[in-house]
Design a protein around this ligand. Sequence first.
Ligand code: GLN
Length: 275
Amino acid sequence: MALAITIESLTRNSGLPPLETRMLIGQILKVSRSWMIAHDREPLTDEQVVQIRALIERRLGGEPMAYIMGEREFMGLTFETSPAALIPRPETELLVETAIDYVRENPRANVLDLGTGTGVIAVSIARFCPGALVLATDKSPDALALARRNAEKHRTAQVRFLESDWFEGIPPQAFDLIVANPPYIRRHDPHLQQGDLRFEPPMALTDYSDGLAAIRRIIAGSRSYLASGGQMWIEHGWDQAEHVRYMLAKVGFTQVESRNDLSGIERISGGCFTI
Ligand code: GLN
């Protein structure tokens, strides 16, 4: 059967959005969506249709597109994704853009990305700021392996990796910039049982507490790891900005502020550290 007819009938039968059906077909055929448009009379083999149906079943079971496809765009770059780490989200680009602004002013900055997951934050900073030296840490060896593959993919040799539970395994040193997208969802938040989140590593989503436990640890530890004049920026939940600003100010950060993501939500907070 020709490609166009197969797409049509699979979409109708599955109820998936046509874009998703096309993406899944592209995954099996190993071709781009534009190729499919130009070759819509190309016949598919029975075996290909069986493989496509298997992916559609996974998607209908709720598995995130990013895990089925094995990749996701972030900052205009393509990153490998896997259930070892959180799926990169567009709002996290705000954290990276803020970090890039800092590093453009301080081109040789020593940057720390705590809980790197897929590595998108560390690798994007390194990719856009070649003079920066970045240390990316994670508690999960599987996440670190994934982050390493993403660094190789984007040829960012200036990113180093270290297995560490927040600051616990990091040798004493002074960073100019610390960034983190820690788990910040409250333990019983119903969102954890919904959508893509059901398939993501719980450790990357929730602190199994009030949502601020990881952020608290990061803020408490940061003072011993920041150079004077350095900055720290943390991503957090939609209702946590005020609390995070308060905690930052309390341990001595100055110029503490929050910034809005594209949905107008206060998504990151940070400040300067002066000894
Ligand atoms: N931003 C994610 C969400 O709300 C949570 C990720 C995190 O805890 N860092 O789905």
